[in-house]
Design a protein around this ligand. Structure first.
Ligand code: IPE
Ligand code: IPE
Ligand code: MG
Length: 268
């Protein structure tokens, strides 16, 4: 197993910045993103198409999470970050908001034992304090239970916003009384909710819309973006394999040059 290079290191330097180690995923040509982040969109449209209430779509979407985690873990992805509820989603009608909060509880109740058994480490990004006290305690104990696990790191983003993440990081920096002259990108990044995690290599959005919707604004600076028309409840193993294969074909440059371009540059 090769040591993991930082996911945002220039490809040109190591030539294998986003390799996880030995090729374990023939589908993506052995190039596996270390960190995949997903905007799980389209639950409402999935339900409407079937003549069901929107909440039925959210439930089907929540149930889909298990197979998605398993597939990414099988491919050797180390960090999986799922956008479950944005800071803007509070504007939705109260019954829908309440249903989404209940589904967070449903997810933990249904999946925790399985996640723990599979060595998954659960973390939450966003404003947990917005949840009812009993659910905060439930979430906290799930985080603690899995905190020693060494397999896939699962980040659930709830009441999460990319702009808010940056504002909170700035607040922490001010609270720590870090002098302005010592504020660097590294310092700010360390104070984001993702802390010392590598930046996402691949951001996937389901359900056809081509936008970021306030997700990981800072962290996704050099992520590969992948959009699919599949609604989230339908996004399955095959879609994941297709997304990873596409990732394997992307040439990541991080503003630099690919090794072959550097070679071509040298030859007169
Ligand atoms: C994604 O599904 C889940 C959340 C944003 C909470 P949506 O509820 O946004 O589904 P669409 O976009 O209306 O189909
Ligand atoms: C993004 O989806 C947020 C989540 C998936 C949690 P939205 O459905 O809220 O995004 P917009 O409103 O279409 O941009
Ligand atoms: Mg949506």
């Amino acid at each position: 197993m090769k040591p993991e290079a930082p996911s945002n290191s220039p490809v040109g330097q190591s030539g294998e910045a986003e390799f996880l180690g030995d090729p374990i995923s023939p589908i993506s040509g052995g190039r596996v993103p270390r960190h995949v982040a997903i905007i799980m969109d389209g639950n409402g449209r999935w339900a409407t198409q079937r003549g069901l209430p929107r909440v039925a779509g959210h439930r089907a979407g929540t149930e889909n999470i298990r197979r998605v985690i398993e597939r990414f873990a099988d491919h050797g992805v180390k960090y999986l970050t799922l956008y479950a509820f944005s800071t803007e989603n509070w504007q939705r009608p109260q019954p829908e908001v309440r249903a989404l909060i209940r589904l967070l509880h449903f997810f933990i109740r249904r999946e925790l034992a399985n996640l723990h058994k599979n060595n998954v480490r659960l973390q939450m990004l966003g404003h947990l304090e917005t949840l009812p006290d009993w659910l905060q305690r439930r979430v906290q104990s799930a985080i603690e239970l899995t905190s020693g696990n060494t397999g896939l790191v699962l980040n659930i983003c709830f009441s999460y916003g990319g702009r808010d993440d940056i504002v909170m990081a700035v607040r922490r920096v001010i609270e720590e009384e870090i002098p302005a002259s010592e504020l660097t990108e590294e310092v700010l990044a360390r104070n984001l909710s993702t802390g010392t995690m590598p930046d996402p290599d691949l951001v996937i959005r389901t359900a056809g819309d081509l936008r970021i919707s306030n997700f990981l604004l800072w962290q996704a600076a050099y992520a590969e973006l992948y959009f699919t028309d599949a609604f989230w409840p339908d996004f399955g193993r095959e879609d994941i394999d297709i997304a990873l294969a596409e990732y394997g074909r992307r040439k990541r440059k991080f503003g630099g040059l690919l090794p072959e371009d550097i070679e071509a540059f040298k030859t007169p």
